[in-house]
Design a protein around this ligand. Sequence first.
Ligand SMILES: *Cc1c(COP(=O)(O)O)cnc(C)c1O
Length: 339
Amino acid sequence: MTYIDLRSDTVTKPTPAMRAAMSTAEVGDDIYGEDPTTNELEARAAELLGKEAAIFVPTGCMGNTIGIKLNTQHGDEVICDARGHVIDWELSMTAWFSGCLVRTVPTPDGILTWDRLSPYIRHISPHNSPTACIEIENTHNMAGGVPYPVDVIDDVTARAHQLGIKVHMDGARVFNAAAAQNLPVARLVRDVDTVMFCLSKGLCAPVGSMVVSTKANIDRARRYRKQLGGGMRQVGVLAAAGLLALSEMPARLVEDHANAAFLAQGMADLGYDCGRVQTNIVIFDLGQRMPVPQLLERLKTRGVLAGGAGGTRVRFVTHHDVSRADCEIALAATRESLL
Ligand SMILES: *Cc1c(COP(=O)(O)O)cnc(C)c1O
């Protein structure tokens, strides 16, 4: 059985063009800096984001870990939203690798405005460790793919920098944020100190994420990547797919967003409010209707895969490998499953 897989955009398969590029990629030993395809990908990512340098890492989790490490000293504090990927889905890496305490801020929509986060800032004193880094997630996954308004990013970065605090963007889906707001990614990341984004999600590469920052930071990042076991050798076979992820895939993300809006409207018609869906993530609350695993099981028997989003919530994620017709089937399956 082939499923309509709405569990995540991580399930996207490399496109035929990616597989072809991978098979002919020029490679070398990247630890010696001699993999031409990886060097090209890193240069291209830095250029696209308007920063000095970039490094290819195996996963977004490693990219966030390195980004936070670059912005902190052991014993500092890091602020993030209470439903942030770094606090909930990255196996305590901020504590384990950076030795920092994460202070979480509850928000209704995943967006850390200055008003919301500033009460959580700590300054060095005989009793407090300082806040060294603010982490913002763009788009915010568990809040339903919410993109950060660019004026909020500008405000948070400006005020943080006045206090000597760095800003890391978990931009796993920053290309979705850019597409939804019709802005260049470079504009969204202009003032952040470090940014991680994933090639492996909506951009369809099989593996990999990028950390983008200053040249000095990326030089340090190479050491941290190696310490974390992420130093790779003839990795150009993966970078070749990454290059196509950057050149071919961003422009089509609006299709995923339209499909997500379609699903959200369908769910609203069934009485399940999904909020204002702006990108490719649709989350609704089942309440007491039925347990989440029961709905997921019923959907699966109808050929549709979805995921839980904590508590009584269900998540659909649209991507390259689901079409509008698939979304129509998924919606009908959901309607039947809820009967
Ligand atoms: C997917 C994701 C990551 C990285 O996940 P990996 O599976 O480690 O690549 C980071 N942040 C957010 C918000 C994500 O959705």
